[in-house]
Design a protein around this ligand. Structure first.
Ligand SMILES: C[S@@+](CC[C@H](N)C(=O)[O-])C[C@H]1O[C@@H](n2cnc3c(N)ncnc32)[C@H](O)[C@@H]1O
Length: 271
């Protein structure tokens, strides 16, 4: 039994809903760090809000993040939501989101959601889809949301499509300056260490450094991300039971059919 399973009931797991066996990545054990370092920017938030207004209708909206982390994508919509909910398989994230966003949170696997009432928006906008191994699993994940959608409900997911690789590896993909965190400061860096074209994966190293506060001085972890290809978008356009209505670049939100290259917000409506 994992630590999460052992502590599952204390986290408020819905009755009959088994806590998952997954182990959290180390950074996920420090939700306040992740929260500060990965807060979404205004451009991304307003792109998601624009999609919700256009495809769901006027707020307030009931919103669920199926892999909510520290609630980074729930908090921005707290004032516009009729109901906020989060699910995550990491106990620390579940507890943090509950305490900091007021969302109803559940410890559970994102493929086995345990909510009784449906949602207007199922939103995962930080790229959890890249943790999935293949298209069949991504399609199964989207289909699993169907019973949790209201009559006007939609699914909004951030999907990472391939872009040309940097000339040399390792290469820094993204980093923050030092940012204040409780008791001190922290920064985060993502590096692309290598690629596995046959598996369509990228090896990523994530480094968090902290100064002051009661944090580990460094959290370094490596993991693989699946990078999706343009032909994957075509498959998603034919997903049974759903219609793909938008492929959006947050920097150009007026174009609902952006090319599948880089980070894209996909919006699915059940048919
Ligand atoms: C990158 S964070 C994203 C958090 C959040 N969606 C956001 O936008 O801030 C990924 C989260 O997914 C959770 N996660 C990964 N696999 C999961 C699964 N199978 N079921 C539930 N949560 C999962 C992790 O514990 C982590 O908190």
């Amino acid at each position: 039994m994992s630590a999460q399973q052992g502590a599952g009931l204390a986290a408020g797991v819905a009755p009959g809903h088994e806590a998952p066996a997954a182990e959290c990545l180390n950074l996920y054990r420090f939700p306040a760090l992740y929260d500060t370092l990965k807060a979404p920017d205004d451009e991304d938030i307003s792109a998601v809000r624009g999609l919700m207004r256009r495809f769901v209708g006027d707020g307030p909206w009931s919103i669920l993040d199926p892999a909510c982390g520290p609630g980074n994508w729930l908090k921005p919509f707290a004032a516009e939501a009729s109901r906020l909910a989060g699910n995550d398989n990491c106990l620390e994230m579940v507890e943090y989101t509950r305490a900091n966003t007021g969302a109803y949170t559940v410890l559970g696997d994102m493929f086995e959601l345990g909510f009784d009432e449906p949602f207007d928006v199922i939103l995962e906008a930080s790229g959890v889809s890249s943790l999935l191994p293949d298209m069949a699993t991504l399609a199964r994940w989207v289909r699993s949301f169907r019973p949790h959608l209201s009559s006007r409900g939609v699914v909004i997911l951030l999907v990472n499509f391939e872009v040309p690789l940097p000339a040399r590896l390792p290469a820094t993909l993204w980093q923050t300056p030092w940012r204040p965190v409780p008791g001190g400061s922290a920064r985060i860096r993502y590096e692309l260490m290598g690629v596995e074209p046959a598996l369509r994966t990228q090896h990523i190293r994530r480094t968090v450094e902290t100064r002051g506060g009661n944090w580990p001085a460094r959290i370094v972890e490596s993991y693989d991300l699946r990078i999706w290809r343009p032909e994957d978008l075509r498959e998603l356009q034919e997903l049974p039971g759903f219609s793909l209505q938008a492929c959006l670049d947050a920097a150009r939100p007026e174009n609902l059919h952006a090319a599948p290259a880089g980070e894209r917000l996909l919006l699915f409506r059940p048919t």
